[in-house]
Design a protein around this ligand. Structure first.
Ligand code: SAM
Length: 834
């Protein structure tokens, strides 16, 4: 058997061995002191003077010279020579001799040591008992030197073996140091009986009892106590402890039996049970046993258990103790205690009762407010996180309100309590809240007569119709949106150039000083158009199934008195192809002449049946309004058209405002100009004696049409495009979550790799490998799923079981429709890229 094998067989060539080699330490035991130092507050880093007793070959000294502050004094001593070490003073001496003591004093001069280390192990090959004894003596010698050289508050680290001297040594340490703790660093082999004791905060007593450090005194006088923890035996019987010491003083029996009645009468049941092996059953003639065996708790199981106490578990011991208690009650052994324990409870007075209830209520209230506070804090916290992640949008408004509990506007608890929630669920909102309350709360006067007139059924029918109409509207909207999306996907390049706005409304004032628009020759009768339009919608509504009841509902003054018929209908079909009409007056003629605009009719765009109000004007036909107004103000030719798509629908008022804003910003207008603009021929109209319908109509159409510019329209469009370009809230949230998860993973990885790095017990290679493994794990998680090939189950593949020919990797059998869909998606994406 080779030398290496021999070493290996003892498990000596472990990772610390290789690690020490890699790091250049003289012995693997260097890691013991490194680990102890790390565990106990890095005392070496604070030590300027260190004495290492039994230092050969000197690895502890090496560690000390690395960790201690620069220029620290490190002295190492051993019975065998130590090879010189940089930054360390070493000498050869037996630490139990006076020679060592004086040499040490010579090196120390007036200094005091901050730390004394002792890793001594006797170099004798005696039996275990002899070795242990010498070890304890060596430790005590080391302690002696430490006491002589340590400074107040200094640290002493010593090796100690588990032996019967252990407790005595610990007791001595405790007399001299503030904190004494035994530890076994991971680098110390489990098979070794060595442990290390770290003594911190040297008390430096002025007068020291010499007996404290006298081996004879320490190891003889203190070796008396041998407390056996019998409680642990009973309450934690599963944990077996070995009795290394063998027989106890005066007790040479290994098997202990006690009579059950005797045990019942015993005052220390726990300790007794711990020492016993068996409880013997009393003789049948015993009159006390005759009574006790009739007890309910005296079961056959119990009688079986008491036969071998050493195999019992916690549950069985409980059984025995319960039986003992019952028996003692029957035998009248515990009577006194019980009567003494009885406490008379005085009834509370009325005042006390109220106080108690009040207290309870206040406590409850406090708890509730605490809970609410916690909840609101959590909400705030969430909001902060969302803010930080840019996840907060206007859509979040109301989400928090819904979580505010009782204060929430949408709180349904009250309805729930009154049992009206079911009715509310059926849609009979009106039934839930009493009208008076509603009126009081919202400052709305409820016309009770009107409400009474409408029967519940009618209201239900109305609501159902309204729902239908709304669904219809939603469907159409969705349809339109889908069309728009498709159009966008087709990538209409011409949409990019939004060149202006055309209006089909009439500008009939030729004498106007700022006549900027050309009238649309075909749309000369906007009023009739409008009327026709509304009629059509109304008709459609009737066709859509607006019943008499619904009509009544819409005509009801109490509900719709604030809306005129047109606005209501407009609102109902808002955004549909036909109803969107931005009324800016219909043009019907040609304007020309001095100081006014030249108007150009665009008959093709002015069809009455046109779906939209505006259209994109081709770039080449566009006039630069600004330059035109500068250069040839009298010959301006502005165009109005209807937008080709919903997307191009821009609120003319906004464009007007933007135009004005541009002008103000460029200094072409000032605030007085703006005020002047506000005063025009429509400002002071004589309205007396005119019918309402006429006035309403005038209100809509008889107003000055303000000039708009291409730049303003483009600016508005750009704004809308930016708005559209913003990802929707859900996408943002998902992105935020993804980012957060990635960050968390990274953070975790960082922490783990930091821990690995800090582990002094690992070589650099091991650390790198572990970190690489971690990284791999992380990237593995992020790896995308393997691509799945879709195979159409047609032709030769129809009804095929198993892998189709020529298909590698994951595959999925699909029908042709799905495959077509995939292809279509690819086609669209490709087109979109172009
Ligand atoms: N801490 C040391 C290191 O890391 O390099 C290893 C110490 S080794 C485990 C124990 C040492 O105690 C041995 O080198 C031995 O020579 C020393 N020793 C044993 N009895 C001694 C004594 N009476 N005086 C001085 N040194 C002693």
């Amino acid at each position: 058997m080779g030398k290496t094998q021999k070493k290996n067989s003892k498990g000596r060539l472990d990772r610390y061995y290789y690690l020490a080699k890699e790091k250049g330490y003289r012995a693997r035991s260097s890691f013991k002191i490194i680990q102890i130092n790390e565990k106990y507050g890095h005392f070496l880093e604070k030590s300027k003077v260190v004495i290492d007793l039994c230092a050969a070959p000197g690895s502890w000294c090496q560690v000390a010279s690395q960790l201690c502050p620069v220029n620290s004094l490190i002295i190492g001593v051993d019975i065998v020579p130590i090879k010189p070490l940089p930054n360390c003073i070493t000498f050869q001496s037996d630490i139990t001799t006076e020679d060592c003591r004086s040499k040490l004093r010579g090196h120390m001069k007036t200094w005091k040591a901050d730390t004394v280390l002792h890793d001594g192990a006797p170099n004798v090959g005696l039996g275990w008992v002899q070795d242990a004894f010498t070890q304890s003596q060596l430790t005590l010698q080391a302690l002696k030197l430490a006491v002589e050289n340590l400074t107040v508050g200094g640290t002493f680290v010593t090796k100690i073996f588990r032996s019967r001297d252990y407790n005595n040594l610990m007791w001595v340490f405790q007399q001299l140091f503030e904190k004494v703790e035994a530890t076994k660093p991971p680098a110390s082999r489990n098979v070794s009986a060595e442990i290390f004791v770290v003594c911190k905060g040297f008390k430096a007593p002025k007068k020291l009892d010499p007996r404290l450090l006298d081996p004879k005194e320490v190891f003889e006088e203190l070796s008396t106590t041998n407390n056996v923890n019998n409680e642990a035996k009973i309450f934690n019987p599963e944990k077996k402890t070995r009795q290394r010491q063998g027989y106890e003083e005066g007790d040479y029996l290994l098997y202990h039996v006690m009579d059950l009645i005797e045990f019942i009468k015993n005052e220390d049941p726990i300790n007794t049970l711990g020492n016993l092996n068996k409880l013997s059953e009393p003789s049948k003639d015993d009159h006390e046993w005759k009574i006790l065996r009739k007890l309910k708790s005296c079961t056959p199981e119990l009688l079986e258990c008491i036969k071998d106490l050493k195999v019992l578990g916690r549950k069985e011991f409980k059984l025995i103790l319960k039986f003992r208690k019952n028996s003692r009650e029957i035998l009248g052994l515990d009577e006194k205690d019980e009567t003494g324990e009885q406490i008379e409870v005085e009834p509370l007075t009325e005042e006390q009762q109220i106080d108690k209830e009040l207290q309870e209520l206040t406590d409850k209230q406090k708890q509730k407010s605490k809970r609410e506070k916690k909840r609101s804090n959590e909400l705030k916290q969430k909001e902060i996180v969302r803010n930080q992640m840019n996840m907060l949008t206007d859509m979040n408004i109301g989400l928090e309100a819904a979580q505010l509990g009782s204060e929430s506007l949408f709180n349904l608890k009250t309805a729930e309590k009154t049992g009206q929630i079911d009715r509310l669920a059926k849609g009979k909102k009106r039934m839930i809240f009493n009208d008076e309350e509603l009126a009081k709360d919202n400052d709305i006067h409820v016309d009770e007569e009107d409400i009474e007139q409408e029967s519940g059924d009618e209201a239900d029918a109305l609501e159902a119709q309204l729902d239908d109409m709304y669904n219809h509207y939603q469907e159409r909207k969705a349809e339109r949106d889908a069309k728009f999306l498709a159009k966008r996907l087709r990538g209409d390049a011409d949409e990019e150039a939004w060149d202006g706005i055309r209006s089909d409304e009439e500008e009939d004032d030729e004498g106007e000083e700022t006549k900027d628009y050309e009238m649309d020759e075909d749309s000369d009768d906007s009023d009739s158009d409008n009327d026709e339009h509304i009629r059509l919608i109304t008709e459609r509504k009737s066709k859509d199934g607006l019943s008499r009841g619904a009509k009544m509902f819409f005509q009801s003054d109490s509900i719709f008195n604030e809306f005129d018929e047109e606005s209501l209908l407009n609102e109902m079909v808002d955004n549909t192809k036909t109803a969107d009409k931005v009324s800016n007056g219909n043009g019907n003629g040609n304007g020309n002449g001095n100081g006014t605009s030249a108007f150009e009719a665009d008959s093709s765009d002015a069809e009455s049946g046109s779906d939209s109000d505006f259209e994109i004007v081709p770039a080449e036909r566009e006039i630069n309004y600004e330059s035109a107004s500068d250069d040839e103000e009298g010959n301006l030719s502005h165009k109005y058209s209807r937008a080709k798509s919903e997307k191009e629908k821009v609120d003319i008022a906004t464009v007007e405002a933007m135009t004005l804003a541009h002008k103000v910003a460029l200094g072409q207008m000032n605030k007085y100009d703006l005020i002047d603009e506000g005063i025009n021929r429509y400002s002071f109209r004589d309205k007396e004696g005119l019918p309402d319908w006429f006035l309403d109509d005038e209100k809509k159409h008889s107003k000055l049409i303000k000039p708009i510019t291409k730049e303003a329209a483009l600016a508005i469009k750009e704004k809308q495009r930016q708005l559209n370009a913003r990802p929707i809230k859900k996408v943002l949230e998902a992105q935020g979550r993804k980012k957060m998860r990635a960050l968390r993973r990274l953070e975790k990885l960082k922490k783990k790799s930091d821990l690995i790095n800090e582990d002094s017990g690992k070589s650099e290679r091991d650390k790198a490998e572990e970190i690489q493994k971690l990284m791999k794990k992380l990237t593995k998680k992020q790896k995308q799923k393997p691509k799945v090939t879709l195979v159409v189950a047609a032709g030769s593949n129809r009804g095929l079981s198993g892998r189709p020919k020529g298909v590698k990797g994951k595959y999925k059998m699909v029908d042709g429709v799905m495959k077509n869909e995939q292809r279509a998606l690819k086609r669209i994406a490709k087109k979109h890229k172009k």
